[in-house]
Design a protein around this ligand. Structure first.
Ligand code: FES
Length: 141
C-alpha cells in the first residue's frame, strides 16, 4: 500500500476513530461546518464540576477531519474546561504527527467543534462565555 502524505497516527485515527457517537445527556454540544468543503462535525461533551469526563463526536467529513476530531476527543477527556480551551488545532495536529498543509483547515474544524461545545455548556449553565469565537477568516482551503 502507498504510504501517502499522512502520518501513521493520522491513518490510525482515521481507520479506528476513537469516541465516535453521541452522548444523550451531553452537557454541551457543538456543531460546526466548513462552508467550502461542506464537511460538518458535531461534538458532545459530558462535563462534571467543570471537568470533561466524556467526549464523543460525529463527523461527516474527510479523513483528516475524522482523525483530528478523534484525537481532540482523546485529548480533552479528564481536562478542565479552561485547559480544554487552550487546545489549539496546531496542538491536535502535532499530536497526530502532522498534516499536509492543504489539510490544516480540517483540524480547525475540530478545534471549532470543541469551542462550540464548550460555549454551549456555558450558555446552558447561564454562565458568561469566557471567550470569543475565533476568527479563522484567513485560512485557506
Ligand atoms: Fe473538509 Fe477536510 S476537506 S474538513
Amino acid at each position: 500500500m502507498e504510504q501517502g502524505p499522512y502520518s501513521e497516527k493520522v491513518m490510525d485515527h482515521f481507520k479506528n476513530p476513537r469516541n465516535v457517537g453521541e452522548i444523550s445527556d451531553a452537557s454541551g454540544v457543538g456543531n460546526v461546518g466548513n462552508a467550502i468543503c461542506g464537511d460538518v462535525m458535531r461534538m458532545y461533551l459530558k462535563i462534571e464540576n467543570d471537568i470533561i469526563v466524556d467526549a464523543k463526536f460525529k463527523t461527516y467529513g474527510c479523513g483528516a477531519a475524522i482523525a483530528t476530531s478523534s484525537m481532540v476527543t482523546e485529548m480533552v477527556k479528564g481536562k478542565s474546561i479552561e485547559e480544554a480551551l487552550k487546545i489549539s488545532n496546531r496542538a491536535v495536529t502535532e499530536a497526530l504527527g502532522g498534516l499536509p498543509p492543504i489539510k490544516m483547515h480540517c483540524s480547525v474544524l475540530a478545534e471549532e467543534a470543541l469551542r462550540s461545545a464548550l460555549k454551549d455548556y456555558y450558555q446552558k449553565q447561564g454562565r458568561p462565555v469566557p471567550f470569543k469565537d475565533k476568527e479563522h477568516g484567513g485560512h485557506e482551503h
